[in-house]
Every structure is written in C-alpha cells, then in structure tokens.
Design a protein. Structure first.
Length: 125
C-alpha cells in the first residue's frame, strides 16, 4: 500500500512541476477551467461531458509527454543540436494538433449553445 501511495505522490509532484514550470500547462489549465464553467453554464449533456473530459485529459497528458520528451532531450544533449530540435518540434506539434482538435470538439459542442443564447438575446431585445 505504501508503494502505491508513493507512486501517487510522485505523479502529483509531476503535475505540480508541470504547472509551475510550463507556461503552456497553465494556459491549458485555464482552458480546462473555462470549459468546465461553460459546461455547467450551458448544461451540457452526459455525452458532451464525456467528450469534453476526454479532450481535456488528452491535452494535459500530451503536455506532460511533451515536457518529459523536452527534459530528456535537454539531459541527453544539453547543447543545441538539429536532431534534438526536430524531436522537440515534433513533440510540441503533437500537443498543438491535440489542442486544435480539442478546440474543434469544444466548438462543435458549444457553438450551437452560444448561438442559441445570442439569438434569444436579439429576439427579446
């Protein structure tokens, strides 16, 4: 049991390190908070919550992998190297692709809800 608790402690330390040391992780965290608040406000259904939760978790996970890859490469080759740059760029691109995919999923879910609110405001006014 102690080993399990220790592994959880290490995992939470990793999340804290990510949040403290990676500005993009803080941006993703802010996006998560906004999505959760929007989900509550727009009363998204169970399946929409499922997709939103999946996308939020995947983006944070991708950021964790990206950070780990960057740290490994910095450790292996502290000086600048063209192959290391390619590896880091590919890793960052993976996060970008996933974040853009999450944005599309969020748009598919929230755009009709936002438009409904906007339309109701104009119809009332």
């Amino acid at each position: 049991m102690k080993r399990i608790l220790t592994s959880f402690q290490h995992a939470f330390e990793g999340l804290l390190t990510l949040w403290k040391e990676e500005p993009n992780a803080r941006i993703h965290s802010l996006a998560v908070i906004i999505v959760i608040l929007a989900g509550i406000f727009f009363e998204v259904n169970k399946w929409e919550w499922l997709m939103l939760t999946l996308m939020m978790g995947l983006v944070i996970t991708a950021e964790l992998f990206n950070t780990a890859i960057e740290r490994i490469m910095d450790h292996v080759t502290p000086e600048k190297h063209p192959k290391v740059k390619v590896i880091k760029d590919l890793s960052a691109a993976a996060v970008l692709v996933l974040a853009l995919t999450a944005l599309v999923v969020g748009g598919i879910i929230f755009f009709p809800k936002i438009m409904s609110v906007v339309n109701s405001l104009f119809l009332v006014g």
